[in-house]
Design a protein around this ligand. Structure first.
Ligand code: IPE
Ligand code: IPE
Ligand code: MG
Length: 240
């Protein structure tokens, strides 16, 4: 199972306490820790966190700068424990645009955890789905120009293999905190059939029990993928 999370509401959580927005980001780390543990205990195989969007670069300089510092610190502090628990860390997004110190810390963490496979934790950094799709189209266009692929070969499978998430299955469930009912440019292609779950809880308050509530809600749903209830699996051959 793959659960994707839009960690939202850090700023409002801090404002409610009369603090700067960054105080909310700092307190969001505990929520990430608790979520990873809860997911590992349930046997979830993939977790993907939206940590920083392409559009988030347009926030005030000070907030972006402190967020990057926080990211470097968090990766440094959390990676040893993640590694001990069999977690593999991955990153998606325009990683080139991150500050060098951040890229370096990330590289170390990815390398250290590269051989783990109990739980794959993917962090979306400087990520937006439209950037990802355009980037994939560029990669494919280049290969066509170099004649390494033929235009007729471009199908869903080939396209998916050029996305940032090439080695990750589509999310089964998306959790967004803070009561906002939108996707904010996250995994648009991959979430075609993802179940959506929205909670008013601000991200710094999100804990194991909230994760479990989302999973229980998901388990009550019926995923039909465009078919009808309980439709038996019909092979393509029978349809011919
Ligand atoms: C989510 O919290 C964290 C990031 C987008 C980096 P916000 O910073 O968006 O907090 P709100 O939504 O303004 O409360
Ligand atoms: C989405 O949250 C991005 C992340 C959680 C990293 P935002 O707070 O940036 O989204 P909007 O602006 O409310 O749509
Ligand atoms: Mg927000």
């Amino acid at each position: 199972m793959h659960v994707a999370l839009i960690m939202d509401g850090n700023g409002r959580w801090a404002r409610q306490r009369g603090k700067e927005r960054i105080f909310g980001h700092e307190n969001g780390i505990e929520a990430v820790r608790d979520t990873v543990k809860a997911a590992a205990d349930l046997g979830v195989q993939y977790l993907t966190f939206f940590a920083f969007s392409t559009e988030n670069w347009c926030r005030p300089h000070k907030e972006v700068e402190t967020l990057m510092d926080l990211l470097v610190r968090a990766i440094g502090n959390e990676t040893p424990e993640l590694n001990e628990n069999g977690v593999r860390l991955q990153a998606i997004g325009d990683l080139e645009s991150l500050p060098e110190v951040c890229r370096e810390k990330l590289r170390e963490a990815l390398e250290l955890t590269a051989n783990n496979n109990k739980l794959i934790v993917t962090v979306a950094l400087s990520y937006s789905a439209r950037w990802e799709v355009v980037n994939a189209v560029q990669k494919i266009a280049r290969k066509i120009a170099e004649r390494t692929i033929n235009p007729d070969e471009v199908d869903e499978e080939l396209f998916v293999n050029h996305l940032e998430t090439a080695n990750i299955p589509d999310p089964d469930l998306l959790i967004r905190t803070s009561g906002e009912l939108r996707l904010s440019n996250f995994l648009l292609w991959q979430m075609a059939y993802t179940e959506l779950y929205f909670t008013p809880v601000f991200w710094p308050d999100f804990r194991r029990k909230h994760f479990y509530q989302a999973i229980i809600d998901y388990q009550r749903r019926e995923r039909r993928f465009g078919k009808v209830n309980n439709q038996p699996v019909i092979s393509k051959n029978i349809l011919k």
